[in-house]
Design a protein around this ligand. Structure first.
Ligand SMILES: Cc1cc2nc3c(=O)[nH]c(=O)nc-3n(C[C@H](O)[C@H](O)[C@H](O)COP(=O)(O)O)c2cc1C
Length: 222
């Protein structure tokens, strides 16, 4: 536990490289909020029957809001399977009591999960390890349907698995993401435009929905 917390504390994004559409780019920036950053309305939803036998928290990290919309789509599928679901942006999650299963998502920023997601896993590892947990990520590398991109995306999940080894995810969703410059803090524009020159929404709602349905089946044992 001590060892994990120490490594969590050191979980800063350093210089990493990432590959999008075959281009290798050095990235030396860690997402952190500033006063003039765009104001994002993060997805926040609850659905399903109060009396449902399983209550699920779908909690996500996000900088520009795209991951929350993915989380909401997954939550909708879980509700359609008669689960009770709360979809929440991670910074507002304070209490895990009352949930029997968890879905945790993060966009990939500079080759890794957002710090708020990593911190959450480290801090809540013991509680999360007692329940079924599914992870999902979204990133622009997956906008290219190549084995090389999928391999890169699989690598993006290694770090959280290592940092919170007690959590053994029952499912792992890997989705293409979205770039929206109006919602992105100005300081990331120049470097991101070298990789994704203009707004792009590569999210595949069919694939996201299918994953949500399969997860619902796993959680309900159907
Ligand atoms: C600062 C920043 C860094 C990013 N770094 C990566 C990366 O390393 N690899 C990648 O495939 N996509 C990268 N992306 C793309 C995001 O993963 C993608 O746009 C995601 O859907 C954004 O989710 P959000 O809107 O919830 O923040 C980056 C985007 C931003 C804004």
């Amino acid at each position: 536990m001590k060892e994990n917390m120490r490594r969590c504390g050191q979980d800063r994004v350093t210089r990493r490289s990432f590959l999008v559409a075959g281009a290798a780019v050095g990235a030396g920036w860690a997402p952190a909020l500033a006063a003039d950053d765009p104001v994002i309305e993060f997805a926040r939803e609850s659905c399903g029957d109060e009396a449902a036998r399983l209550r699920v928290l779908v909690a996500y990290a996000s900088l520009c809001g795209a991951t929350g919309e993915i989380a909401a789509a997954i939550g909708k599928k879980l509700c359609e399977a008669h689960l009770r679901v709360d979809v929440r942006h991670l910074p507002e999650v304070t209490d895990l009591d009352g949930y029997e299963a968890f879905v945790i998502g993060s966009p990939i920023h500079a080759g890794t999960w957002m710090a708020e997601a990593m911190r959450f896993l480290c801090k809540r590892q013991d509680a999360l390890a007692k329940a079924p947990v599914a992870y999902f990520i979204d990133c622009m590398a997956l906008s290219s349907d190549k084995e090389e991109s999928r391999q890169l995306a699989r690598g993006y999940v290694e770090r959280p698995l290592k940092l919170a080894p007690k959590i053994k995810p029952v499912a792992l969703g890997m989705f293409a993401g979205k770039v929206d410059y109006a919602k992105m803090p100005e300081r990331y524009h120049a470097i991101m435009r070298r990789i994704v020159p203009q707004d792009a929404d590569a999210r595949n709602w069919e694939a996201i929905g299918k994953w949500g349905e399969e997860l619902a089946g796993q959680l309900t044992g159907r």
